[in-house]
Design a binder for this molecule. Structure first.
Ligand SMILES: *[C@@H]1O[C@H](CO)[C@@H](O)[C@H](O)[C@H]1NC(C)=O
Ligand SMILES: *[C@@H]1O[C@H](CO)[C@@H](O)[C@H](O)[C@H]1NC(C)=O
Ligand SMILES: *[C@@H]1O[C@H](CO)[C@@H](O)[C@H](O)[C@H]1NC(C)=O
Ligand SMILES: *[C@@H]1O[C@H](CO)[C@@H](O)[C@H](O)[C@H]1NC(C)=O
Ligand SMILES: *[C@@H]1O[C@H](CO)[C@@H](O)[C@H](O)[C@H]1NC(C)=O
Length: 466
């Protein structure tokens, strides 16, 4: 769930008008090409990349690598870019390198530098997902160099995200993602793999209460990390020794969480087709594993998703995990609609804005039941939706209008010579805090009284968001 929220936020942030700058139109947008470039770098499909650190978070290192590895970089770019993109890069290679590796002095969050680095982070995340799937399937030994490299890359990914204007407050989910990667290098995981490989006879364990520890069904595995975790701990300790259960609580929680996330897509599918599967009308709709799960445990399953636990002592129940999935497609839908609108000048009640606000109401209603989302997640979603709602006000329309028209504001002494449309964060903050009386005056003169209704409230929200 947190991953979806992360992606959701990623795009909404660029939607708040504070960031909705007019992009320098004379500059070619190289995003698609930059994205493909980093995909190739992380995939390690080109032999020449191993000598260079093109994706280093240390910009000095990245810059030097790109310059000294120019022929390697161009080889990749030749495949990753369209002809016109490549021509542009080829003719101004040093500028291109600079746009990837040199943060603008005014830290404006608008420059293509930020977009390119956001793409770098995203591609790092994608490759982490791909590589961990491949490597972990092989159940590597502790300190396997490929796993250590993955852990390093995850740390790099965290750094990448933390220094990027395109992301904020997402550390929560990233930390847990990297913890999962780190866990694969633990005695805990090594023991799980050992048990899986050797399948020792566990029938004498009374704590199993007759259940099959090896049943691969997700519901079963999940239970062994939650309700029945004490039994799991006992088994692991007996088979692998004390060292395997160091940090057991944390690892069990991470594993349970990971199971849910990994299967989020499958769950939505199961949920959608559950009824028809059950009735065996649409047997071909289900994958065989879905079908097996449903046919053997369907009653449990149905109960879990339809019966809210009577007394809520914790939010662990599957009821919450499954049902909160319903909200994800709405969030994804908003995300897709927000992207093309981010940079546009929009008037109040623009049908596209209204549709977004409506979808946000749906998300808020969807997430409201107890335990569907935790407090951090809820406040993140609410904040993102507030940004959308604020975009649909005369206040935002006016700011965007002033940005678009760039009127001569030199007669406003209260500006004290500051550029009203500057994207520099400190100026933006001042504009809506210390110097907001001046801003209010300009907005009122330029757009009329309507634009400054609720001015103080909106200004406060805006200043906080910069
Ligand atoms: C837009 O890009 C051109 C060419 O790169 C540059 O000369 C110009 O200064 C840029 N304008 C702004 C406002 O950044
Ligand atoms: C890259 O390395 C692999 C394995 O060493 C080799 O088979 C392949 O020919 C190399 N490709 C190039 C373009 O050098
Ligand atoms: C980046 O790398 C350079 C050269 O290797 C090094 O001198 C510098 O300290 C590094 N910067 C950071 C922030 O690590
Ligand atoms: C793994 O590497 C760490 C750090 O080098 C070392 O302390 C640890 O003993 C190693 N573990 C195993 C099982 O090799
Ligand atoms: C936007 O639409 C709402 C609801 O239909 C309406 O009350 C409001 O006056 C409209 N605002 C503008 C500026 O058109």
């Amino acid at each position: 769930i947190s991953n979806s929220i992360m992606i959701f936020l990623l795009f909404l942030i660029s939607f708040s008008f504070g960031n909705a700058a007019s992009i320098n139109k004379t500059e070619t947008d190289l995003s698609t090409c930059v994205k493909e470039f980093y995909t190739a770098v992380y995939s390690e499909n080109y032999n020449c990349t191993s000598q260079y650190n093109f994706a280093s978070n240390n910009e000095t290192v990245a810059q030097k690598s790109l310059i000294s590895g120019k022929s390697c970089a161009l080889e990749i770019l030749g495949k990753a870019c369209t002809q016109s993109q490549f021509t542009e890069i080829f003719s101004k290679f040093e500028n291109f390198v600079k746009s990837l590796t040199t943060e603008p002095k005014d830290k404006n969050c608008i420059d293509s530098y930020y977009k390119y680095n956001a793409l770098k982070c995203m591609e790092s995340l994608n490759s982490l997902g791909e590589k961990s799937k491949l490597i972990l399937q092989m159940q590597p030994k502790i300190n396997d160099s490929r796993v250590l490299k993955l852990i390093d890359q995850c740390e790099g990914f965290k750094t990448c995200m933390s220094s990027n204007c395109y992301y904020f407050k997402t550390e929560v989910s990233i930390v847990s993602f990297c913890e999962t990667v780190k866990m694969s290098n633990s005695e805990f995981k090594a023991c799980e793999w050992k048990i899986e490989r050797e399948s020792p006879d566990l029938s004498e364990y009374e704590c199993l209460e007759g259940d099959d520890f090896y049943d691969p069904a997700i519901l079963n595995k999940y239970r062994f990390y939650t309700k029945m975790k004490d039994c799991t701990k006992e088994i692991m300790m007996d088979i692998c020794g004390e060292k395997a259960v160091v940090g057991f609580e944390k690892y069990a929680e991470l594993s349970a969480d990971f199971l849910i996330k990994k299967n989020a897509k499958g769950y939505v599918g199961v949920f959608k087709f559950a009824k028809s599967c059950f009735l065996e009308v649409a047997k071909p709709e289900c994958s065989s594993s879905q079908y097996n799960l449903l046919s053997t445990k369907y009653d449990d399953f149905l109960k879990m998703i339809t019966e809210e636990p009577k007394s809520v002592t914790s939010c662990e129940s599957f009821y919450f995990k499954y049902n909160s999935m319903k909200c994800i497609p709405i969030m994804m839908d908003i995300t897709h609609k927000v992207v093309p609108l981010a940079q546009k000048h929009l008037k109040v009640n623009d049908s596209r804005l209204v549709a977004l606000v409506d979808s946000c109401d749906l998300v808020k209603a969807c997430m409201s039941p107890l335990c569907f989302f935790n407090d951090i997640e809820k406040s993140m979603i609410t904040e993102a939706c507030n940004a959308i709602e604020l975009r649909n006000t005369k206040f935002s329309e006016c700011i965007s209008e002033i940005q678009k028209e760039s009127p001569d504001l030199s007669e406003y002494k209260c500006l004290k010579g500051v550029d009203f449309n500057s994207k520099e964060p400190t100026i933006q903050i001042d504009k809506f805090s210390k110097n907001k009386a001046c801003t209010k005056q300009i907005m009122e003169d330029f757009c009329g009284k309507e634009a400054v209704e609720n001015f103080d409230e909106y200004a406060e929200i805006t200043a906080e968001k910069v």
